[in-house]
Ligand binder design. Sequence first.
Ligand code: EPU
Length: 421
Amino acid sequence: MDKLRIEGGNRLNGEIRISGAKNSALPILSATLLADGVMRVGNLPHLHDITTMLELLGCMGVEVAIDEDMSVETDCANIKSCVAPYDLVRTMRASILVLGPLLARYGEAEVSLPGGCAIGSRPVDLHIRGMEALGAEVDVEDGYIKARVPGGRLTGANIFFDTVTVTGTENVMMAAALAKGTTTIENAAREPEVVDLANCLNAMGAKISGAGSDTMVIEGVEKLYGCSFDVLPDRIETGTYLVAAAVTGGRVKTKDTDPVIMEAVLHKLEEAGADITIGDNWIELDMHGKRPKAVNVKTAPHPAFPTDMQAQFMVLNALAEGTGTVIETVFENRFMHAQELVRMGADIAVEGNTAIVTGKEKLQAAPVMATDLRASASLVIAALMAEGATDVNRIYHIDRGYECIEEKFQQLGANIRRISG
Ligand code: EPU
């Protein structure tokens, strides 16, 4: 298993390019199942999760052609199976995103239940209820969601989510796009990735309005067509490098990104003492060599502070001046990094969903590992300010969500290398 070895102490300085957003690319690739004709998706990040989604489409019979620049062309003319098997779903929960498109276009779907996950129980009941509201008959048996549409076509409905769910909203949007009649989603997720999917579906011929607000209206159409669509930049990757720069007192410019979708994170970085300058598609953070000040963060659905940036800000607080609290409200078990950070000398007390973090000037190197993607990234950031060489183990989590992480950190002057094993 590969690991990353990071020698702490270097201040980050330089420029990097931000990749396309994983959490936008995954629903958009699923949406290609709805297209009549060839669909091209560009600005895809080179990540393990993207490969898994392409493999899933491939095993259903979708013809997939990958270009050198990581754009992909898909053609669903010869679909032969509507099954998302356990072996793929267990490695990537987002496989559940094929449920809506399969039901809408082919009237049937068998998707393995994703099961538990390191950051919380993460049920899919809201996805299932959404499909039932649109007229699907759903049984859960043998570990699979087995669904079919009597009469072959879903019917529009009013759907209210009692919890804001990102992929749940996306699944219903994709299903409703081809349903007969109009669907309203209330308490819809407002994440930029949801808006990106709506833009893509509309470019395919869908009639979706209200994306980015908590009420979306989807007028079903008879057909959706292939189009060419580039996924939006990854706001979590952007935020991760900006936090890394802040923690080391450095100066980093992230290019090919989108400042407009990062308000909550940029605001917290400014509160921590960072100078932030933005352009149309870039963000520069300069700490002028200073240590960050501790900040309080509380995660919640967009536009509030994102849960996917919580672990990185816990590290920022662990190295900041003062004491900050971190409250996690989206997932019930997303503090797995806290204990690893304590092993590196961080002062963190966890009480329920609150972590009280008192900053130290330096941490100490230690062998660490994490059980989820963002937690692993936070350990890399911690290692940048640790005395000695830290080995971050089990980095297959990182490879699921960060393109070329060691190259990008090296470009910024970090002493980091991958050790294959
Ligand atoms: N929930 C339910 N029932 C459902 C669905 C969700 O109770 O049927 C609960 C979850 O257990 C959780 C809350 O609702 O407590 C919100 O979960 P959500 O459904 O929004 O999460 P998700 O769609 O499974 C996406 C991202 C995650 C990100 C969350 C929250 C993708 C592929 N994944 O997950 O990204 O943390 O939204 O913003 O879009 C990551 O990239 O590292 C990552 C975990």
